[in-house]
Design a protein around this ligand. Structure first.
Ligand code: SAM
Length: 332
């Protein structure tokens, strides 16, 4: 007979995980292999769609049931679907520039709700997704179409419990390495999906990489404003190879986040084992096939009340957060 699940620590204010589950989550390399589910055949038209189970894992660590998750670059809704399949569904608000992707999300969510109503749960994947089978409840999820920079302004300060998002990773450059004779020879490896819109408000259409970093810095400042003090943001970021050099996009965005008060707390490497390999530099030079993404964990540190008799001058906004002074669990 299976052992009963251990209870969470009584002082755990962040999530509903027990000690073993908490520890497992903190590994800095993740590999995932999830089945095609929750309308994946439709969602894959968006080349950067994220697995709902991956998002659920993040959401279950950084929130409790019914708390509010925000995804300002929601695409076809990986984060919202993740919130809907959490053990104890969370509320989720997504922003997405393209109405096309919002429609895909709406269709997939309606289908999954009908299946859940008919008693069809998501399969138990064992150790690939601990916690047994999952149900689907998207009643607390909403996707708004528009420019995240404008929609964020409508959100009150400190109104969000967790941000989970993957922004456009960079500005879009014309195809170079993947064109030409090799691309003809390896035509079966070309992709047929779309990620970038023609909309000038699409961050991927900015003039260059510095402009992209500047726009992201403004958005990160807004994300800090809307997050409750002590709460987290997980930013999924892919490094890039452009103009003949490697761009450390993950590190660059983590540094920008720190300048606006979202303190970098961790960098989980998400290894995507199924990534297609392309012969970019072959047979002359080394060009990487980037098969990993960064899950940057950022935190709006708790606001500290100055101690009696203290000027408060020794610890600024970027000081160490609660729970990091030797005690095991962070509290907000
Ligand atoms: C990497 S994708 C996110 C994919 C998503 N996680 C999913 O599971 O489908 C980034 C998304 O940001 C959207 N986007 C780009 N600029 C935007 C803006 N200014 N406001 C809102 N969304 C934007 C793009 O249309 C794209 O769908």
């Amino acid at each position: 007979m299976a052992e009963p699940r251990r209870a969470p620590h009584p002082r755990n204010q962040l999530n509903e995980l027990n000690g073993e589950e908490w520890l497992y989550f903190t590994k800095s390399v993740w590999t995932t292999a999830y089945p095609s589910e929750l309308g994946h055949a439709r969602r894959r038209a968006h080349g950067a769609n994220k697995p709902p189970r991956l998002m659920a894992r993040l959401i279950e660590f950084f929130t409790k049931p019914d708390e509010l998750v925000l995804d300002p670059f929601a695409g076809v809704g990986g984060t919202l679907l993740g919130a809907a399949i959490c053990h104890g569904p969370r509320r989720a608000l997504g922003f997405e520039l393209s109405a096309r992707w919002a429609e895909v999300y709406a269709e997939v969510a309606a289908e999954a709700s009908a299946a859940a109503g008919a008693g069809r749960a998501l399969a138990d994947l064992g150790s690939q997704d601990p916690g047994g089978p999952r149900t689907f409840d998207a009643t607390g999820c909403e996707l708004r179409v528009g420019d995240a920079r404008e929609l964020l302004r409508d959100l009150p300060d400190a109104s969000v419990d967790f941000v989970a998002t993957d922004p456009p990773y960079n500005v879009q450059l014309p195809m170079t390495m993947s064109g030409g004779a090799l691309a003809e020879a390896f035509a079966n490896r070309r992709t047929d999906y779309a990620m970038v819109t023609d909309d000038p408000a699409d961050l991927a259409n900015l003039a260059n990489y510095p402009a992209f970093l500047d726009a992201m810095t403004e958005i990160l400042a807004e994300l800090r404003r809307v997050l409750r003090p002590g709460r987290y943001a997980a930013l999924i970021v892919r490094d890039a190879y452009q103009d003949g050099r490697y761009l450390f996009t993950g590190a660059d965005l983590a540094a920008r986040a720190a300048t606006v008060g979202l303190v970098p707390k961790g960098d989980v490497i998400w290894y995507q084992a199924g990534t297609r390999l392309r012969p970019y530099g072959y047979p002359n030079v080394f060009v990487p096939n980037i098969t990993h993404q960064h899950l940057l964990i950022l935190r709006r540190d708790p606001e500290r009340r100055p101690r009696a008799g203290s000027t408060g001058a020794r610890r600024g906004a970027g000081g160490a957060g609660a729970g990091e002074s030797g005690r095991p669990a962070p509290s907000s």
